[in-house]
Design a protein around this ligand. Sequence first.
Ligand code: 25A
Ligand code: L14
Length: 334
Amino acid sequence: MGVSVAIVGATGAVGQEMIKTLIDRNFPADEIRLLASHRSAGKKVEVRGEELEIQELTHESFEGIRIGLFSAGGSISKEFAPSAVKAGAVVVDNTSAFRMDENTPLVVPEVNPGAIAKHKGIIANPNCSTIQMVLVLKPLYDISRIKRIVVSTYQAVSGAGAKAILEMQEETRALLDGTTYERKIFPHQVAFNALPQIGQKNAFQENGYTDEEMKMVKETVKIFSDPNIRVTATTVRIPVVRGHSESVNVEFENKITVEEARKALAAFPGIVVQDDPKNQIYPLASECVGKYETFVGRLRQDLSCENALNMWIVSDNLLKGAALNAVQIAEKLI
Ligand code: 25A
Ligand code: L14
């Protein structure tokens, strides 16, 4: 017999990919219940040749549900995940609501699958930028411990949801046509620009970092369960629809050569090495869309630090960064 799955935020950028990923991977679901706000209730979506109606999310939505996949924002998860757990479901939560809670495992299945079994009803999906980075660093960490990570991200607008994609497209059109566009999502013009702020007005903390940057710092330490890893991050929004890119500098305890690193990366599940710079081959956001893998290239020795490597990491933020990682956790649960 199959399991019943509910998707909370089914009409969002991530929710749509959760539906597709469940079907594409033949997840043994005998029911897929689609939940969203009252604004979407009643809309119909075709799933496996069947018309499914979006239902309004309430505290009673989870009767008979075994697995709840949540991606409707942190406040929705805080309010409704406990109701799903009470109804007997295990929640895989894509928001930041429970990630740093000590009773909630924070899981990338290729990196720390063992943490799943410790759940008390909720398992957290890490931040998209963290997921693709720790996935690539795992096979290298297994060769030598990581001392320090310096990361800069180039993040796609879809990370901020379906409405943010529209905003970037409409703003671009308005600028090309010489018309005006009234911004609603981003703090500044995102078209033809690079914004060193991810998150809303209150994104900046006392220390000058954004929440997004501090998520990368704290989540990396939690996933590796290694408090000795030091991380510093700068997260930047760029006008790409889908696919986060990251420049990552990693210092190891012992030297790892580029050749050694390439070999370990190529052998690891979920990673594809694209590293042939002479032929202009390296990971590109435009090429990662719709792919389950995370791509790594531009592998170089850091010329200023003996035991450090530089690399360029790219992945589809809506798949490995969100929907796919959540579905992989659900697959491990059943
Ligand atoms: O708190 P966080 O963790 O920082 O997350 C904040 C946001 O980030 C996205 C996600 O946006 C979330 O809202 N997100 C989270 N994790 C992410 C990740 N890892 C991530 N993005 C990328 N990677 P989103 O757009 O992807 O998804 C939004 C979904 O949430 C549903 N939702 C919102 N409020 C809800 C709710 N569901 C239940 N109850 C609530 N109270 C939302 O459903 C969507 O599925 P929706 O029904 O609001 O559907 C959107 C449709 O309705 C239109 N619309 C939206 N707002 C309005 C509106 N129409 C009129 N007025 C409005 N105010 C949309 O056009 C669409 O058709
Ligand atoms: O914490 O706006 O998972 O790109 C990931 C996407 C936070 C917002 C998270 C974005 C979200 C972020």
